[in-house]
Design a binder for this molecule. Structure first.
Ligand code: MN
Length: 496
């Protein structure tokens, strides 16, 4: 899929749609700075690199993010891919923006290597992704970045396409879901689908093409009819539009229905967006006055939100000519929250001119987590484990290859070495942390890149290590290696 090239003027237009009073100078400065830094660089798709930065920023503006975040979106690949450093960004744009860009750069160091050690690994990576991003806006920038990368994935070699698409499905989509960004989740899944399961993608695309077209034409008529009814009855609403179910979600539903497409009634649904909650219920009444609802298909997710906080009224009715149609009725706020999830908080915080304290609270990553944790009860195990494991006693460090190693807080390079392999531990002779030679006693921090040097002639670990390692596995390995060494020492003189 080819996306049209975005200009800075288009980004600013989007900014002003969401935030009419926004000061655009900062964004213009960030654009000029990024353009200069990326000068001469091309994307794999052949475009100038800056278009990727612009597309990332446009997406953030569309989600209603604040000016700092949009500027950081423009700058997000500068330290990673150019001669310009993070401290240059800090000098020009301040600590706030520099911190966001630093967060993105750190996340970029992660490499996902497929299902390797199964769910635990994926789960760890998800947790770490969340933990590393102290500011949730970092994750939101990462989503914008990823959506554009997926849109331009065609240009990459096949192996890379698969890796990025799989990572998107297994790491990004579930996180978007946890943060309530269902629209982003759907986009990511639909874009990745064709690379992860190409044959299934072909199958479902072909299978639904005809019914989708028929249903769309039919629903246009129903929509016109509904608009007339609302006019006659003087019923107010903001907008009615058709919404097409995401391709990947359709596919999953098809699997649940034994691949029988005719059993999927909501390939396209009609969505009605209104101002007030009360209007949702009166419109539901009007729809039922004209068309008979299917038994058990009236869902009041306003009074009883879904576990993921989704709110709307859904009803499925026997419509004109006996066609089955789903209607979704919701307020604008419910709609924005369904579409933008956690990002909607920024949108609303600016528009409603709420107190700085409230905004600060929204910006606080911990607060968000705690809030989510309280609200998403059915999902508590995930968030509970994020909170207890990550923030209390775990750190996540990287190998130079970008693999993630999960260690208890206070762990040293020796603990790290044994975590990788017993042999790496036993033969460890030095360490570089973030490219600097450090002592083997150094306490590691989350995000450190740790490179162990080994000496293949080394026979035994040092007994001194027992004084500072903190993991049981390192301690046990050192002890048993030393014991074995002792026995060999005793034996050697006899055999000579
Ligand atoms: Mn990028």
């Amino acid at each position: 899929m080819k996306t049209p090239l975005t200009s800075i003027e288009e980004v600013l237009k989007e900014v002003h749609t969401q935030r009419p009073n926004a000061d655009e100078q900062l964004i213009r400065n960030a654009y000029e700075f990024a353009k200069k830094a990326h000068e001469g660089q091309k994307r794999a798709s052949g475009e100038d690199y800056i278009f990727h930065s612009l597309e990332t920023a446009r997406q953030l503006a569309y989600w209603g993010m604040d000016i700092e975040t949009i500027s950081a979106g423009l700058l997000h690949d500068v330290p990673e891919d150019t001669q310009t450093s993070l401290s240059d960004i800090q000098k020009n744009f301040g600590v706030g923006i520099a911190k966001l860009v630093e967060g993105i750069t750190k996340l970029g160091a992660l490499k996902y290597r497929g299902r390797g050690e199964q769910n635990k690994y994926v789960e760890n990576l998800r947790k770490m992704f969340l933990a590393m991003a102290e500011d949730i806006r970092v994750i939101i920038i990462k989503f914008a970045d990823r959506v554009h990368n997926l849109q331009t994935l065609q240009a990459l070699p096949e192996k890379k396409q698969y890796r990025i698409a799989l990572e998107s499905m297994e790491i990004f989509a579930p996180i978007a879901n946890r943060l309530g960004m269902w629209d982003v989740k759907g986009q990511i899944e639909d874009l990745a689908f064709q690379y992860v399961l190409p044959e299934e993608y072909q199958w479902i695309t072909r299978k639904i093409a005809r019914p989708l077209e028929t249903k769309k034409i039919y629903l246009e008529k129903i929509q016109k009819k509904l608009e007339t009814i609302f006019k006659e009855k003087n019923i107010k609403y903001r907008v009615i539009h058709g919404r097409t179910k995401g391709l990947f979600r359709t596919y999953k539903k098809a699997l649940r229905k034994n691949r029988d497409i005719t059993k999927i009634y909501d390939l396209v649904a009609l969505r009605i967006v209104v101002e007030e909650v009360a209007q949702c219920y009166s419109i539901l009444g009007v729809i039922h006055e004209y068309w008979k609802p299917l038994k058990g298909r009236i869902k009041d997710y306003i009074a009883q939100p879904k576990p993921n906080l989704y709110q709307s009224l859904h009803t499925t009715v026997f419509c004109d000519l006996g066609e089955i149609v789903e209607f979704q009725i919701r307020t604008k706020k419910m709609h924005d929250e369904a579409e933008f999830g956690i990002a909607a908080h920024w949108r609303y915080s600016e528009h409603e001119k709420v107190s700085p304290r409230w905004i600060k609270k929204q910006l606080s990553w911990m607060d968000e987590l705690v809030k989510l944790q309280k609200e998403i009860q059915s999902d508590e195990s995930f968030l509970e484990s994020v909170k207890t494991n990550i923030f209390k006693d775990h750190i996540f460090v990287f190998t130079p290859m970008g693999d993630v190693i999960d260690l208890p807080e206070g762990a040293t390079p020796i603990d790290f070495a044994y975590q990788i392999h017993t042999d790496v531990g036993d033969k460890c002779c030095g360490v570089k942390i973030n490219d600097k030679i450090e002592s083997l006693k150094t306490r590691l921090k989350s995000g450190d890149v740790v490179e162990i040097f080994t000496d293949k002639n080394r026979k035994l670990p040092s007994p001194d290590w027992l004084n500072f390692v903190i993991t049981n596995s390192a301690r046990n390995h050192i002890k048993s290696a030393l014991k074995k060494g002792e026995r060999q020492k005793v034996r050697t003189p006899i055999s000579v």
